[in-house]
Design a protein around this ligand. Structure first.
Ligand SMILES: *Cc1c(COP(=O)(O)O)cnc(C)c1O
Length: 443
Protein backbone atom coordinates (compact mmCIF):
# COMPACT_ATOMS: atom_id res chain seq x y z
CA UNK A 1 0.00 0.00 0.00
CA UNK A 2 1.59 3.24 -1.08
CA UNK A 3 -1.22 5.32 -2.60
CA UNK A 4 -0.58 8.32 -0.39
CA UNK A 5 3.14 8.44 -1.14
CA UNK A 6 2.36 8.00 -4.82
CA UNK A 7 -0.16 10.88 -4.77
CA UNK A 8 2.27 13.10 -2.85
CA UNK A 9 5.01 12.35 -5.35
CA UNK A 10 2.64 13.20 -8.17
CA UNK A 11 2.03 16.62 -6.58
CA UNK A 12 5.73 17.05 -5.77
CA UNK A 13 6.77 16.47 -9.39
CA UNK A 14 4.83 19.60 -10.38
CA UNK A 15 6.53 21.88 -7.91
CA UNK A 16 9.97 20.41 -7.17
CA UNK A 17 12.60 19.21 -9.65
CA UNK A 18 12.44 15.42 -9.61
CA UNK A 19 9.90 15.75 -6.82
CA UNK A 20 12.57 16.15 -4.14
CA UNK A 21 14.80 18.69 -2.42
CA UNK A 22 17.94 16.56 -2.37
CA UNK A 23 18.75 14.41 -5.39
CA UNK A 24 19.51 11.17 -3.55
CA UNK A 25 15.94 11.02 -2.20
CA UNK A 26 14.45 10.38 -5.65
CA UNK A 27 14.23 6.62 -5.13
CA UNK A 28 12.79 4.50 -8.00
CA UNK A 29 10.01 4.49 -8.93
CA UNK A 30 9.13 7.02 -6.26
CA UNK A 31 10.12 7.61 -2.64
CA UNK A 32 7.87 6.94 0.34
CA UNK A 33 6.91 10.16 2.09
CA UNK A 34 7.60 10.06 5.82
CA UNK A 35 4.82 10.86 8.25
CA UNK A 36 6.88 10.54 11.44
CA UNK A 37 9.75 8.83 13.18
CA UNK A 38 9.49 6.35 16.02
CA UNK A 39 12.74 5.32 17.70
CA UNK A 40 14.71 3.42 15.08
CA UNK A 41 11.74 3.34 12.69
CA UNK A 42 10.01 5.67 10.26
CA UNK A 43 6.35 5.49 9.35
CA UNK A 44 5.29 6.61 5.91
CA UNK A 45 2.21 8.41 4.63
CA UNK A 46 0.44 5.05 4.08
CA UNK A 47 1.20 3.77 7.57
CA UNK A 48 4.04 1.44 6.48
CA UNK A 49 6.76 1.01 9.08
CA UNK A 50 10.46 0.72 8.21
CA UNK A 51 13.50 -0.12 10.27
CA UNK A 52 15.60 2.95 9.51
CA UNK A 53 19.29 2.49 8.69
CA UNK A 54 19.49 5.84 6.89
CA UNK A 55 19.11 8.08 9.93
CA UNK A 56 18.80 11.22 7.84
CA UNK A 57 22.04 10.23 6.01
CA UNK A 58 23.98 10.45 9.25
CA UNK A 59 22.84 13.27 11.53
CA UNK A 60 20.67 11.16 13.84
CA UNK A 61 22.86 9.44 16.42
CA UNK A 62 20.00 9.12 18.91
CA UNK A 63 17.30 7.98 16.48
CA UNK A 64 13.94 9.66 16.03
CA UNK A 65 12.76 9.99 19.64
CA UNK A 66 15.01 12.50 21.28
CA UNK A 67 15.65 12.04 25.01
CA UNK A 68 13.55 14.29 27.22
CA UNK A 69 16.45 16.63 28.08
CA UNK A 70 17.34 17.14 24.40
CA UNK A 71 13.72 17.75 23.47
CA UNK A 72 13.21 20.29 26.20
CA UNK A 73 16.44 22.13 25.34
CA UNK A 74 15.18 22.46 21.74
CA UNK A 75 11.70 23.54 22.78
CA UNK A 76 12.99 26.05 25.31
CA UNK A 77 15.17 27.66 22.66
CA UNK A 78 12.47 27.67 19.98
CA UNK A 79 9.96 29.16 22.42
CA UNK A 80 12.38 31.96 23.36
CA UNK A 81 12.34 33.15 19.74
CA UNK A 82 13.72 31.63 16.57
CA UNK A 83 16.90 33.69 16.06
CA UNK A 84 18.39 37.11 16.72
CA UNK A 85 21.26 38.26 14.53
CA UNK A 86 23.23 38.54 17.77
CA UNK A 87 25.29 35.87 19.53
CA UNK A 88 23.88 33.57 22.22
CA UNK A 89 25.48 31.59 25.03
CA UNK A 90 24.59 28.29 23.27
CA UNK A 91 27.09 28.80 20.44
CA UNK A 92 29.90 29.50 22.92
CA UNK A 93 29.00 26.38 24.89
CA UNK A 94 28.88 24.14 21.80
CA UNK A 95 32.20 25.55 20.55
CA UNK A 96 33.72 24.95 24.00
CA UNK A 97 32.44 21.38 23.96
CA UNK A 98 33.89 20.65 20.51
CA UNK A 99 37.27 22.23 21.21
CA UNK A 100 37.52 20.30 24.49
CA UNK A 101 37.04 16.94 22.75
CA UNK A 102 38.44 17.14 19.22
CA UNK A 103 42.26 17.03 19.37
CA UNK A 104 43.15 19.42 16.51
CA UNK A 105 40.40 21.97 17.04
CA UNK A 106 41.10 25.08 19.14
CA UNK A 107 38.50 27.36 17.62
CA UNK A 108 35.59 27.04 15.22
CA UNK A 109 33.10 28.90 13.07
CA UNK A 110 29.57 27.53 12.78
CA UNK A 111 27.74 27.59 9.45
CA UNK A 112 24.55 25.97 8.16
CA UNK A 113 25.56 22.90 6.16
CA UNK A 114 28.44 20.59 5.42
CA UNK A 115 28.68 22.16 1.98
CA UNK A 116 29.09 25.62 3.45
CA UNK A 117 31.77 24.27 5.80
CA UNK A 118 33.89 22.76 3.01
CA UNK A 119 33.47 25.86 0.83
CA UNK A 120 34.73 28.07 3.66
CA UNK A 121 37.53 25.66 4.61
CA UNK A 122 38.86 25.65 1.04
CA UNK A 123 38.66 29.45 0.87
CA UNK A 124 40.53 29.70 4.16
CA UNK A 125 43.22 27.23 3.04
CA UNK A 126 43.74 29.14 -0.22
CA UNK A 127 43.99 32.44 1.64
CA UNK A 128 46.28 31.10 4.36
CA UNK A 129 48.74 29.56 1.87
CA UNK A 130 48.40 32.06 -0.98
CA UNK A 131 47.94 29.07 -3.31
CA UNK A 132 45.06 27.92 -5.49
CA UNK A 133 45.19 24.16 -6.02
CA UNK A 134 43.41 21.66 -3.86
CA UNK A 135 43.78 17.88 -3.86
CA UNK A 136 40.67 15.74 -3.33
CA UNK A 137 40.03 11.99 -3.41
CA UNK A 138 38.20 10.32 -6.30
CA UNK A 139 34.93 9.16 -4.80
CA UNK A 140 35.22 11.63 -1.93
CA UNK A 141 32.21 13.86 -1.29
CA UNK A 142 32.31 17.36 0.12
CA UNK A 143 28.83 18.63 -0.65
CA UNK A 144 27.52 20.70 -3.52
CA UNK A 145 30.60 22.93 -3.84
CA UNK A 146 32.08 24.13 -7.13
CA UNK A 147 35.70 23.24 -6.36
CA UNK A 148 35.06 19.59 -5.49
CA UNK A 149 32.40 18.66 -8.07
CA UNK A 150 35.00 17.36 -10.47
CA UNK A 151 35.49 14.25 -12.59
CA UNK A 152 38.72 12.85 -13.98
CA UNK A 153 42.11 11.94 -12.66
CA UNK A 154 45.13 13.91 -11.51
CA UNK A 155 44.86 17.37 -13.01
CA UNK A 156 42.93 16.13 -16.03
CA UNK A 157 39.76 17.20 -14.27
CA UNK A 158 36.54 18.69 -15.59
CA UNK A 159 33.47 19.88 -13.69
CA UNK A 160 31.15 16.97 -12.92
CA UNK A 161 28.08 19.19 -13.26
CA UNK A 162 26.96 21.67 -15.90
CA UNK A 163 27.06 25.24 -14.67
CA UNK A 164 30.56 25.11 -13.23
CA UNK A 165 33.20 26.97 -15.25
CA UNK A 166 35.96 24.71 -16.65
CA UNK A 167 38.45 27.04 -15.01
CA UNK A 168 37.27 25.97 -11.54
CA UNK A 169 38.30 22.35 -12.16
CA UNK A 170 41.77 23.52 -13.24
CA UNK A 171 42.52 24.20 -9.60
CA UNK A 172 41.42 20.76 -8.39
CA UNK A 173 43.61 17.68 -8.56
CA UNK A 174 42.02 14.29 -7.87
CA UNK A 175 43.91 11.33 -6.47
CA UNK A 176 42.83 7.76 -5.67
CA UNK A 177 42.22 7.24 -1.95
CA UNK A 178 44.78 4.99 -0.25
CA UNK A 179 47.43 5.41 -2.96
CA UNK A 180 50.33 7.05 -1.11
CA UNK A 181 52.67 6.89 -4.13
CA UNK A 182 50.17 8.70 -6.34
CA UNK A 183 49.84 11.48 -3.77
CA UNK A 184 53.61 11.69 -3.46
CA UNK A 185 53.91 12.08 -7.25
CA UNK A 186 51.33 14.87 -7.28
CA UNK A 187 53.24 16.74 -4.57
CA UNK A 188 56.57 16.24 -6.33
CA UNK A 189 55.15 17.93 -9.43
CA UNK A 190 52.86 20.53 -7.88
CA UNK A 191 53.66 20.73 -4.17
CA UNK A 192 54.38 24.45 -4.14
CA UNK A 193 50.98 25.21 -5.74
CA UNK A 194 48.86 23.04 -3.42
CA UNK A 195 46.87 24.94 -0.80
CA UNK A 196 45.33 21.85 0.78
CA UNK A 197 44.48 18.19 0.65
CA UNK A 198 40.79 17.79 1.44
CA UNK A 199 39.76 14.25 2.38
CA UNK A 200 37.27 12.31 4.41
CA UNK A 201 39.10 10.23 7.05
CA UNK A 202 37.22 7.23 5.61
CA UNK A 203 35.25 7.43 2.35
CA UNK A 204 31.74 7.51 3.80
CA UNK A 205 29.80 8.43 0.67
CA UNK A 206 31.52 5.88 -1.58
CA UNK A 207 32.06 2.70 0.26
CA UNK A 208 32.73 2.73 3.10
CA UNK A 209 36.49 2.61 2.42
CA UNK A 210 38.79 2.49 5.43
CA UNK A 211 42.29 3.98 5.09
CA UNK A 212 45.22 1.58 4.74
CA UNK A 213 47.83 1.80 7.45
CA UNK A 214 49.93 4.92 7.08
CA UNK A 215 47.90 6.63 4.33
CA UNK A 216 46.84 9.68 6.31
CA UNK A 217 50.30 9.82 7.90
CA UNK A 218 51.74 10.13 4.38
CA UNK A 219 49.29 12.94 3.54
CA UNK A 220 50.20 14.66 6.81
CA UNK A 221 53.91 14.40 6.04
CA UNK A 222 53.49 15.63 2.43
CA UNK A 223 51.45 18.63 3.60
CA UNK A 224 54.09 19.47 6.20
CA UNK A 225 56.94 19.14 3.72
CA UNK A 226 55.30 21.31 1.08
CA UNK A 227 53.58 23.84 3.35
CA UNK A 228 50.06 22.72 2.39
CA UNK A 229 47.15 22.26 4.79
CA UNK A 230 45.52 18.93 5.57
CA UNK A 231 41.73 19.26 5.84
CA UNK A 232 39.69 16.38 7.25
CA UNK A 233 36.07 16.47 6.14
CA UNK A 234 34.47 14.94 9.22
CA UNK A 235 30.93 15.89 8.23
CA UNK A 236 29.91 12.20 8.45
CA UNK A 237 32.56 10.80 10.78
CA UNK A 238 32.48 13.70 13.26
CA UNK A 239 30.92 12.47 16.54
CA UNK A 240 30.07 9.19 14.77
CA UNK A 241 33.47 7.46 14.39
CA UNK A 242 35.98 7.60 17.23
CA UNK A 243 33.46 8.96 19.72
CA UNK A 244 33.79 12.54 20.92
CA UNK A 245 37.33 12.89 19.55
CA UNK A 246 36.01 12.00 16.07
CA UNK A 247 37.83 9.94 13.41
CA UNK A 248 41.00 12.01 13.70
CA UNK A 249 41.36 10.89 17.30
CA UNK A 250 40.72 7.26 16.40
CA UNK A 251 43.24 7.39 13.54
CA UNK A 252 45.78 9.43 15.48
CA UNK A 253 46.29 12.06 12.78
CA UNK A 254 45.85 15.78 13.40
CA UNK A 255 44.56 17.74 10.41
CA UNK A 256 45.07 21.52 10.17
CA UNK A 257 41.40 22.14 9.52
CA UNK A 258 38.32 20.00 10.16
CA UNK A 259 34.86 20.40 8.70
CA UNK A 260 31.83 19.24 10.67
CA UNK A 261 28.12 18.90 9.95
CA UNK A 262 25.39 16.31 10.49
CA UNK A 263 25.54 15.10 14.14
CA UNK A 264 26.98 18.33 15.61
CA UNK A 265 23.64 20.05 14.94
CA UNK A 266 21.56 17.39 16.70
CA UNK A 267 19.33 16.87 13.63
CA UNK A 268 19.07 20.52 12.57
CA UNK A 269 20.90 22.23 9.67
CA UNK A 270 24.54 22.76 10.59
CA UNK A 271 28.16 22.90 9.53
CA UNK A 272 31.39 24.09 11.16
CA UNK A 273 35.02 24.73 10.30
CA UNK A 274 37.50 24.07 13.10
CA UNK A 275 41.25 24.18 13.52
CA UNK A 276 44.16 25.96 15.17
CA UNK A 277 43.48 29.47 16.40
CA UNK A 278 46.00 31.11 14.06
CA UNK A 279 44.14 29.64 11.07
CA UNK A 280 40.52 30.06 12.14
CA UNK A 281 41.19 33.65 13.21
CA UNK A 282 41.87 34.46 9.57
CA UNK A 283 38.09 34.44 9.05
CA UNK A 284 36.37 37.82 9.24
CA UNK A 285 36.01 39.81 11.41
CA UNK A 286 39.27 38.85 13.18
CA UNK A 287 40.94 38.24 9.81
CA UNK A 288 40.44 39.03 6.15
CA UNK A 289 38.85 35.84 4.76
CA UNK A 290 35.19 36.63 4.24
CA UNK A 291 32.81 34.34 6.09
CA UNK A 292 29.30 35.23 7.24
CA UNK A 293 25.77 33.84 7.47
CA UNK A 294 22.32 34.99 8.58
CA UNK A 295 21.52 31.67 10.24
CA UNK A 296 25.03 30.67 11.35
CA UNK A 297 25.15 29.50 14.96
CA UNK A 298 21.34 29.25 14.94
CA UNK A 299 20.17 29.07 18.57
CA UNK A 300 17.86 26.06 18.08
CA UNK A 301 20.57 24.13 16.22
CA UNK A 302 23.15 25.02 18.84
CA UNK A 303 20.86 23.89 21.67
CA UNK A 304 20.06 20.63 19.85
CA UNK A 305 23.72 19.89 19.09
CA UNK A 306 24.95 20.79 22.56
CA UNK A 307 22.34 18.81 24.49
CA UNK A 308 22.75 15.82 22.12
CA UNK A 309 26.50 15.70 22.65
CA UNK A 310 26.18 16.21 26.41
CA UNK A 311 23.68 13.37 26.57
CA UNK A 312 25.95 11.19 24.45
CA UNK A 313 28.86 11.89 26.81
CA UNK A 314 26.83 11.31 29.98
CA UNK A 315 25.10 8.11 28.84
CA UNK A 316 27.98 6.23 27.15
CA UNK A 317 26.05 6.23 23.90
CA UNK A 318 29.09 5.37 21.77
CA UNK A 319 29.71 2.19 23.75
CA UNK A 320 26.15 1.11 23.04
CA UNK A 321 25.84 2.04 19.32
CA UNK A 322 29.35 0.89 18.46
CA UNK A 323 28.66 -2.50 20.05
CA UNK A 324 25.52 -2.78 17.90
CA UNK A 325 27.56 -1.83 14.84
CA UNK A 326 30.05 -4.55 15.69
CA UNK A 327 27.19 -7.05 16.00
CA UNK A 328 25.74 -6.04 12.65
CA UNK A 329 29.09 -6.31 10.87
CA UNK A 330 29.86 -9.65 12.52
CA UNK A 331 26.40 -10.92 11.63
CA UNK A 332 26.75 -9.72 8.05
CA UNK A 333 30.14 -11.42 7.79
CA UNK A 334 28.43 -14.71 8.70
CA UNK A 335 25.53 -14.09 6.32
CA UNK A 336 27.79 -13.40 3.32
CA UNK A 337 30.10 -16.32 4.14
CA UNK A 338 27.00 -18.41 3.62
CA UNK A 339 25.19 -16.54 0.83
CA UNK A 340 27.65 -14.40 -1.14
CA UNK A 341 31.28 -15.03 -0.14
CA UNK A 342 32.52 -12.56 -2.77
CA UNK A 343 30.88 -9.61 -0.99
CA UNK A 344 32.74 -7.34 1.43
CA UNK A 345 31.49 -6.11 4.80
CA UNK A 346 32.78 -2.64 5.63
CA UNK A 347 32.34 0.01 8.27
CA UNK A 348 33.40 1.07 11.71
CA UNK A 349 31.65 2.02 14.95
CA UNK A 350 27.99 2.72 14.05
CA UNK A 351 28.56 2.81 10.26
CA UNK A 352 28.28 -0.24 8.02
CA UNK A 353 27.75 -1.28 4.44
CA UNK A 354 27.80 -4.42 2.36
CA UNK A 355 29.76 -3.90 -0.87
CA UNK A 356 28.78 -6.24 -3.67
CA UNK A 357 32.38 -6.88 -4.71
CA UNK A 358 32.62 -9.28 -7.63
CA UNK A 359 35.86 -11.11 -6.94
CA UNK A 360 36.34 -11.03 -3.20
CA UNK A 361 35.88 -14.75 -2.62
CA UNK A 362 38.63 -16.60 -0.80
CA UNK A 363 38.41 -19.51 1.58
CA UNK A 364 39.31 -17.57 4.63
CA UNK A 365 38.11 -14.22 5.70
CA UNK A 366 40.26 -12.41 8.17
CA UNK A 367 38.03 -9.60 9.25
CA UNK A 368 35.04 -10.52 11.32
CA UNK A 369 33.52 -7.10 11.73
CA UNK A 370 34.30 -4.96 8.69
CA UNK A 371 37.34 -4.50 6.47
CA UNK A 372 40.23 -2.68 8.17
CA UNK A 373 42.60 -3.02 5.19
CA UNK A 374 44.72 -5.52 7.07
CA UNK A 375 47.71 -6.34 4.85
CA UNK A 376 47.99 -9.83 6.31
CA UNK A 377 44.39 -10.65 5.37
CA UNK A 378 43.98 -13.14 2.54
CA UNK A 379 41.37 -10.83 1.00
CA UNK A 380 43.51 -7.69 1.20
CA UNK A 381 43.95 -7.42 -2.58
CA UNK A 382 40.22 -7.87 -3.22
CA UNK A 383 38.76 -5.41 -0.76
CA UNK A 384 37.99 -1.94 -2.18
CA UNK A 385 40.81 0.55 -1.64
CA UNK A 386 39.35 3.57 -3.41
CA UNK A 387 36.26 5.01 -5.04
CA UNK A 388 36.88 3.29 -8.37
CA UNK A 389 37.05 -0.12 -6.67
CA UNK A 390 33.64 0.50 -5.10
CA UNK A 391 32.32 1.62 -8.50
CA UNK A 392 33.34 -1.73 -9.98
CA UNK A 393 31.07 -3.58 -7.55
CA UNK A 394 27.73 -4.96 -8.71
CA UNK A 395 26.06 -1.60 -8.18
CA UNK A 396 23.06 -2.32 -10.44
CA UNK A 397 22.20 -5.49 -8.54
CA UNK A 398 22.53 -3.59 -5.27
CA UNK A 399 20.20 -0.81 -6.36
CA UNK A 400 17.62 -2.61 -8.50
CA UNK A 401 17.24 -5.97 -6.79
CA UNK A 402 18.72 -5.82 -3.32
CA UNK A 403 17.43 -2.45 -2.13
CA UNK A 404 13.81 -3.13 -3.14
CA UNK A 405 14.02 -6.60 -1.54
CA UNK A 406 15.12 -5.00 1.73
CA UNK A 407 12.38 -2.38 1.50
CA UNK A 408 9.80 -5.10 0.90
CA UNK A 409 10.91 -6.59 4.23
CA UNK A 410 10.48 -3.25 5.96
CA UNK A 411 14.13 -2.18 6.03
CA UNK A 412 15.07 1.30 4.83
CA UNK A 413 18.64 1.48 3.51
CA UNK A 414 20.39 4.30 1.66
CA UNK A 415 19.24 3.64 -1.92
CA UNK A 416 22.52 2.82 -3.61
CA UNK A 417 25.79 0.95 -3.20
CA UNK A 418 27.74 4.04 -2.27
CA UNK A 419 26.33 5.69 0.82
CA UNK A 420 26.80 4.33 4.32
CA UNK A 421 24.16 2.81 6.59
CA UNK A 422 23.88 4.18 10.10
CA UNK A 423 22.77 2.83 13.46
CA UNK A 424 21.51 4.90 16.37
CA UNK A 425 21.03 4.62 20.11
CA UNK A 426 17.39 3.78 19.34
CA UNK A 427 18.31 0.53 17.56
CA UNK A 428 17.92 -2.60 19.69
CA UNK A 429 19.25 -6.15 19.68
CA UNK A 430 15.91 -7.21 18.22
CA UNK A 431 16.36 -4.69 15.38
CA UNK A 432 19.78 -6.17 14.64
CA UNK A 433 18.21 -9.62 14.33
CA UNK A 434 15.47 -8.31 12.07
CA UNK A 435 18.09 -6.58 9.97
CA UNK A 436 20.32 -9.64 9.61
CA UNK A 437 17.33 -11.86 8.76
CA UNK A 438 16.37 -9.40 6.03
CA UNK A 439 19.90 -9.44 4.57
CA UNK A 440 19.90 -13.25 4.67
CA UNK A 441 16.57 -13.32 2.85
CA UNK A 442 17.46 -10.65 0.27
CA UNK A 443 20.89 -12.01 -0.72
C1 LIG B 1 26.97 15.17 3.96
C2 LIG B 1 28.36 15.53 3.63
C3 LIG B 1 28.72 16.82 3.16
C4 LIG B 1 27.69 17.85 2.80
O1 LIG B 1 26.94 18.26 3.88
P1 LIG B 1 25.53 19.00 3.59
O2 LIG B 1 25.05 19.37 4.96
O3 LIG B 1 24.68 18.00 2.91
O4 LIG B 1 25.82 20.17 2.74
C5 LIG B 1 30.06 17.14 3.01
N1 LIG B 1 31.01 16.22 3.29
C6 LIG B 1 30.72 14.98 3.72
C7 LIG B 1 31.82 14.02 4.02
C8 LIG B 1 29.38 14.59 3.88
O5 LIG B 1 29.10 13.35 4.27
Amino acid sequence: MDENSRALYDRALSVAPGGVNSSVRAIHPYPFFVERGDGAHVIDADGNRYLDCVMGYGPLLLGHDLPERVQSAIQREAAAGPMYGAPTEREVELAEFVTRHVPSVEMLRFVNSGTEATVSAVRLARAATGREKIVVMQGGYHGAQESTLVAGEGHHTTPSSPGIPESFAEHTITVPFNDAEYARGVFENHGSEIAAVLTEPMLGNTGIVHPVDGYHETLRELCDTYGSLLIFDEVITGFRVGGLQCAQGALGVDPDLTTFGKIVGGGFPVGAIGGRTELIEQFTPSGEVFQSGTFSGHPVTMAAGLETLRYVADEDVYEQVNALGQEVREGLTDVVADRAPEYTVVGRDSMFKLIFTRDGATDERHCTAGCRQDEDCSRFEHCPKDGADVGRADTERWERLFWPAMKAQGVFLTPNQFESQFLSAAHTEADVETLLDAYREAL
